[in-house]
Design a protein around this ligand. Sequence first.
Ligand SMILES: Cc1cc2nc3c(=O)[nH]c(=O)nc-3n(C[C@H](O)[C@H](O)[C@H](O)COP(=O)(O)OP(=O)(O)OC[C@H]3O[C@@H](n4cnc5c(N)ncnc54)[C@H](O)[C@@H]3O)c2cc1C
Length: 449
Amino acid sequence: MAADTLLNDFELPFQLYDVLGTESLTEHAKFSEHSRETFDAVLETANKIATDLFLPHNHIADKNEPQFDGKKVSMINDVKVAFDAFRESGFIAGRYSFEDGGMQLPETVMTAVAGYFMAANPSTTAYPFLTTAAINVISHFASDDIKAAFMPRMLTGEFTGTMALTEPHAGSSLADIKTIAVKQDDGSYRVKGSKIYISAGDHELSDNIVHLVLAKVPGGPGGVKGISLFAVPKYRLNDDLSVGERNDVHLTGLIHKLGYRGATSTALSFGDEGDCHGYLIGEEHFGLRYMFKMMNEARIAVGFGAAMIGYRGYQYSLDYAKDRTQGRIAPNNKPEDDATAIIQHGDVKRMLLAQKAYSEGGISLCLYGSNLIDRINTCEDETLKNELTELLDLLTPVLKAWPSEYGPKANDLGIQVLGGAGYTREYQAEQFWRDNRLNPIHEGTNGVQ
Ligand SMILES: Cc1cc2nc3c(=O)[nH]c(=O)nc-3n(C[C@H](O)[C@H](O)[C@H](O)COP(=O)(O)OP(=O)(O)OC[C@H]3O[C@@H](n4cnc5c(N)ncnc54)[C@H](O)[C@@H]3O)c2cc1C
């Protein structure tokens, strides 16, 4: 297997069909228009776009981070080309219904699709994936007006989305956020506050960016019960829903990170001029509950991404170990014998097998979690549905934390397999580790899980 192949040919089919029996989902009305052939065609397209357009600039984007000149964010053009191909493929709307313009695909298949992109280039993948996460919240909890304003163009990727929770003083403890949203006489809200680390918080890839912002409405209950959720677009919409004037939300700076460097990480300021329009999602004070209800998919995505970066590091170091020669193994250990490939050494085998176990175990675990979501969504027996839901709730922190703990461990072993080369920036092993090191931290630290 070449180093630029994202997954070997049998890994996903084995997990999807032999282990999980994913094609049996097509017996349910929701997925009846699909078959193993349509699932495979979707996966093949994902593999092709990820390999052709995401993979080649993974390392280039790492070395050429996005820049902010005080007015606009710029980045290498490859990101835009890849993002456009992703959105034109329809993957942003992949799990949504045919009526919404989606492909009505099972969560299990969409998780597998995500795997190719996470393995190829986690940074560029952040832009469409955060949009998907934001759509997930809007589609479940927003009013019809807000859905009509934002969802259709988010589903096509004309608008992108963010999740703006964290503040400089409040990360794990969101109860302490200080951002406020003040209700106006006409029923609208003005948002004021600062958010930090917001991924994909500014860029020129889309016509608009819809931030999902946690804020407190003054006078509400204290702690997590007083947190509300607002859609805050970078550009306001005119009455005919066309993109209008700039909203009062500003990029105050880009954050420079250990890894995941191709994705903008932003410090954002809302309402500096007192005129940041926010649109309430659902009811006041239920914001955190809405966010957490949608966390299953987001946490599985983080765990799966960690497993996939682990898997890519494994494949990369496996290739290296087959080519690199050092020493001689008996009986061919005479000085004139050919040096042996390091893959023959017991300790290198140990490191490769550990990477394989960590990453394939993580892949299997997360696909199982996604399959639980599909089974819950298609289950007609209430008792079984409740049992499956309880199992998913129990497993969700594990689905996020186990692969994101062991994915970076796999990448650490990948560096070790390359020896000194693993420690240099001429090889990508160190980038895999740096990119993956985020996963135990975001989407709820592993300690908190
Ligand atoms: C690259 C990157 C991208 C990010 N993207 C986003 C984004 O798009 N949107 C967004 O809103 N946020 C984002 N974040 C923020 C991320 O979610 C937070 O960094 C994370 O929630 C942790 O918060 P913190 O950094 O304030 O750490 P802290 O909360 O200060 O935690 C520090 C340490 O204390 C531990 N700790 C804290 N509380 C407890 C507790 N109760 N029990 C036990 N241990 C505890 C933690 O586990 C951790 O080890 C991103 C962060 C990074 C680095």
